[in-house]
Design a protein around this ligand. Structure first.
Ligand code: OAD
Ligand code: ZN
Length: 250
């Protein structure tokens, strides 16, 4: 057996014996669906870094520019289909008594794959929130007819219903995730570079409370060294080996 095969066997045993699992995903799980990640070569959009555009300051300085970026991202996601990694996690939901799926992604692909209980930490790309009255509109138009879009109720400017740098994630949501981590047996951390808080610290919380943590990511992350099993492969290739009935190693 190769080293990866050994780790997959090990991870599968851990997952099979757990009745309470927390899964945290990041942009990497959608990269095999063709959705660009934020960091790394393919993550760049016209030489802006996400930290320069995903902020309230950037938005109020130049709403059109920020909306152009979101319009581009909506376009990049609109034809994307879930990949075997998303589907394997959706299947896992049916086979584990307690599964909490937490994602930093705003692309909606977990739901499209059939996961019914998804905690979206950073909001959703397909929702527009009014900057004045707070009304939330589901909108799947690509490209958007007007940038920035206007609220259908009051006519004021809309913004993406996402969490930006410098903005708070609802405390109740963070509490819910931390509680789930405290109660779980195993945590899977998939396709996240582990540099954006609070998600970045969640694996550390799991380790502090003696949980088994499995990371799946082709690249090393700042916390890789702390985790119990680290599989340096693509999630779309590994996750189906961990959970589906098709569990033969290639
Ligand atoms: P990043 O783009 O920072 O990291 C993507 C990670 O996925 C990297 O560590 C890659 O090595 C890994 N990766 C790439 N292909 C993969 C594959 N096929 N299978 C598994 N892993 C793969 O994305 P996030 O960590 O999700 O926030 O970024 C966190 C947050 O930063 C985002 O939610 C967004 C961004 O700014 C906001 O917009 C608030
Ligand atoms: Zn409004």
């Amino acid at each position: 057996m190769t080293e990866t095969e050994e780790k997959v066997v090990q991870a599968r045993e851990v997952v099979e014996s757990a009745s309470n699992i927390v899964v945290l995903t990041g942009a990497g799980i959608s990269s095999e669906s063709g959705v660009p990640t934020f960091r790394g070569q393919e993550g760049l959009w016209q030489n802006y870094r996400p930290e320069e555009l995903a902020t309230p300051e950037a938005f109020w300085k130049d709403p059109k520019l920020v909306w152009e970026w979101y319009d581009w991202r909506r376009n990049a996601v609109k034809d994307a289909k879930p990949n075997p990694g998303h589907y394997a996690l959706a299947e896992l939901e049916n086979n584990v008594p307690n599964l909490t799926l937490v994602t930093q992604n705003i692309d909606g692909l977990h739901q499209m794959a059939g996961s019914s209980n998804v905690t979206e930490m950073h909001g959703n790309l397909w929702q527009i929130r009014c900057t004045k009255c707070g009304d939330i509109e589901q909108n799947f138009d690509v490209p958007l007819a007007e940038l920035p879009p206007k609220c259908k109720k009051c006519g004021e400017m809309g913004r993406p219903n996402v969490v930006w740098f410098g903005e708070m994630i609802e405390m109740s949501l963070i509490d819910k995730v931390l509680k789930a981590i405290e109660e779980c047996h195993v945590m899977l951390i998939i396709g996240t570079s582990g540099v954006v808080e609070p998600a970045a610290s969640m694996g550390l919380v799991a380790k502090q409370t003696d949980k088994t943590v499995i990371e799946i990511n082709p690249e090393e992350t700042p916390s890789s060294g702390l985790y119990d099993i680290v599989i340096r492969e693509k999630s779309g290739e590994i996750l189906p080996l961990l959970f589906t009935s098709n569990r033969t190693l290639s």
